[in-house]
Design a protein around this ligand. Structure first.
Ligand SMILES: [Fe+2]
Ligand SMILES: [Fe+2]
Length: 231
């Protein structure tokens, strides 16, 4: 127990930190419920969108805890076993996240891996909220400084994630355009539609590639919430 009550600023900072982390947990659990309603075979793009959003949110959330919260907790708590356990659980979580990043939504184990990840995270956050956070609410540490560090880090990671997302979408659009151009070129070559075309010949049908083609969904961020306040 703290030897004396925390200042109002420290209490506010502590409550803000823990509340935002709880909100991160809630968003992941909500996304998992959303995912369970989808039929992965019928709608792989919707499934993939949820998965990508969760992976992104978990990655940011885990970084905030690993780089800032857990080290502060290790210093402040007399027993660091809760921190050790949490860090080991994060290691397993990262293994599942990395496996999912390399997996296509069509992979037969895609749904299984995401399900295991979410079940695992559900267990982990339950422990954080029922054991670690209550212990942290009893200790003295520089909550105001920690809140500033976490806010800054969250903003930095979110911006990087959004930039990565935008870059992925640009690459996807470029790939689609190249594919269309290539398709158009091959049809033109096949149909001899060059300057030697007989003026009396009937107009050739529009090449397939000239139809407006929707870029394939990247599946990465469709339906994603604004990441102004991500996990
Ligand atoms: Fe955690
Ligand atoms: Fe957490």
């Amino acid at each position: 127990m703290p030897s004396r009550p925390l200042s109002r600023a420290a209490t506010t900072a502590r409550d803000q930190i823990l509340e935002e982390l709880r909100e991160d947990h809630k968003r992941v659990k909500k996304a998992y419920k959303e995912f369970q309603k989808f039929d992965a075979d019928a709608d792989p793009e919707a499934c993939s969108a949820v998965v990508q959003r969760v992976l992104q949110e978990l990655t940011v959330h885990a970084a905030l805890e690993e780089e800032l919260l857990y080290p502060a907790a290790r210093d402040a708590l007399t027993d660091d076993s809760l921190v050790n356990e949490a860090e080991v659980e994060h290691e397993s979580m990262h293994t599942l996240i990395n496996q999912l990043k390399d997996l296509s939504p069509e992979d037969e184990k895609y749904v299984a891996r995401f399900t295991v990840l979410c079940e695992y995270v559900t267990h982990h956050v339950k422990e954080e909220e029922s054991e670690m956070f209550p212990e942290l609410e009893k200790v003295r540490l520089d909550w105001v400084a920690l809140a500033t560090q976490i806010n800054d880090k969250r903003a930095e990671l979110t911006a990087a994630s959004e930039e990565e997302d935008a870059s992925g979408q640009r690459l996807s659009a470029q790939a689609t355009q190249t594919e269309n151009e290539s398709e158009t070129g091959s049809v033109a070559a096949d149909g001899q539609s060059d300057d030697s075309t007989d003026a009396d010949a009937p107009p050739a049908p529009a090449p397939r590639g000239s139809r407006a083609k929707r870029p394939p969904a990247t599946g990465s961020r469709a339906g994603r919430n604004s990441t102004a306040n991500p996990a």
